[in-house]
Write a protein that binds this ligand. Structure first.
Ligand SMILES: CNc1ncnc2c1ncn2[C@@H]1O[C@H](COP(=O)(O)O)[C@@H](O)[C@H]1O
Ligand SMILES: [Zn+2]
Length: 344
């Protein structure tokens, strides 16, 4: 058993902040199957979809094949709008009060989709959520635009420019993600530099596989937050601690993909015990069948965290959001107030 039911219940009662969630990776299984069924008879093969979506084991390579399948299914603005709305519904049901959702804007000429219309579809989903929900004020949402590691310098720059253009729509930063075995770090540096020069914040996936040269270069560049940082040697570990860059940690994702051998072995413990800033996140709640509460419960159980330590973890996430300082302080005060209410 990964955790006791009462641990999950306690974690569900905590107000939480989600800083690392990929939109298409957070798609509900039911929605994925429904959208896939609508494509039956087209070039999408249903057995392939079933195989990929029902596989219990999802090592890294399989995950990226699954993302390709998901992307073949979510090609319409209506689908993207629906996923965005449902992701917010699921987060609010899980007591997430602030979320930075990340997604890769897509250009699909065959489907009449541009990166701009893709983003409009995401905004529409958020608007639809707020219009329909009686709990609308329970969640505050911001966005990061992702660069996929398959992209060229020009494509990455295009995404960075779009992110800057969309700042007044709630885009606060850029993310670098995608298959960690693909591409070269130098390719995307101009886009990340551009975003930073224009006042956006930058989060980078790093060390998801062992690639010490790249991880060293990423640390030297100095992202505002890092994702994962699983596969490091002793010298990189030292550089990471010195850098004091907060890390988004996704326990289920790392164990399921095989970046980390088991929950007990996860580097969460060493970082947390050493006082390094960490934020628990889901990564892909749909693909890894999890919720943020479940990630907290897994941490509670694997690392024997007290209720007070869990409360502190939830609270300190507020210090690492990509909001302006004033807004960040308001969020932190809100968290303190809500956490006061959740104490037993
Ligand atoms: C499992 N660990 C991971 N490592 C790296 N990148 C990941 C990821 N999980 C998800 N993504 C990135 O997010 C995309 C799906 O969401 P969007 O289409 O952008 O909304 C994936 O295609 C991949 O680029
Ligand atoms: Zn990720």
């Amino acid at each position: 058993m990964l955790y006791r039911p009462e641990q999950l219940e306690f974690c569900q009662s905590l107000p939480k902040i989600e800083l690392h969630a990929h939109l298409n990776g957070s798609i509900r299984d039911a929605t994925l199957r429904e959208l896939a069924a609508q494509l039956n008879g087209t070039s999408i093969s249903m057995p392939d979809v079933q195989l990929r979506t029902q596989q219990a084991s999802r090592p890294m390579g399989e995950c990226f094949k699954l993302f390709d399948v998901i992307h073949q299914i979510t090609t319409t603005c209506a689908a993207i709008t629906r996923i965005a709305r449902e992701v917010l519904e699921d987060m609010v049901a899980d007591n997430v009060v602030y979320a930075e959702l990340r997604t890769t804007p897509k250009r699909l000429p065959k489907h009449g989709m541009t990166k701009e219309s893709y983003m409009s579809a995401v905004f529409q989903g958020i608007d639809d959520y707020y219009a329909a929900s009686s709990r609308a004020h329970d969640i505050q949402v911001r966005l990061l635009l992702s660069i996929d590691r398959r992209q060229s310098t020009d494509e990455a720059l295009e995404t960075a420019r779009l992110a800057v253009q969309l700042r007044d729509k709630g885009v606060v930063g850029l993310d670098l993600s995608g298959n960690p075995s693909v591409g070269q770090w130098e390719t995307w540096v101009p886009a990340l530099d551009f975003a930073r020069q224009h006042g956006l914040r930058v989060a980078v996936h790093a060390g998801e596989v062992y690639n010490p040269e790249e991880t060293a270069a990423i640390l030297a560049w100095g992202p505002d937050r890092l994702g994962h940082m699983c596969c490091l040697d002793a010298s990189l570990e030292q550089q990471l601690l010195l850098s004091r860059v907060p890390i988004e940690l996704c326990l289920s994702s790392n164990v399921i993909t095989g970046s980390v051998p088991s929950y007990q072995d996860h580097h969460f413990a060493a970082l947390h015990n050493g006082g390094h800033s960490v934020v628990l996140c889901t990564d892909d709640s749909g693909v890894f069948a999890t919720t943020l509460s479940r990630e907290y419960a897994i941490a509670a159980s694997a690392f024997t965290l007290s209720d007070e330590q869990l409360r502190q973890l939830a609270l300190t996430a507020a210090d690492h959001v990509f909001l302006e300082p004033g807004e960040r302080q308001v969020l932190r005060a809100r968290m303190e107030q809500l956490l006061g209410g959740s104490s037993k």
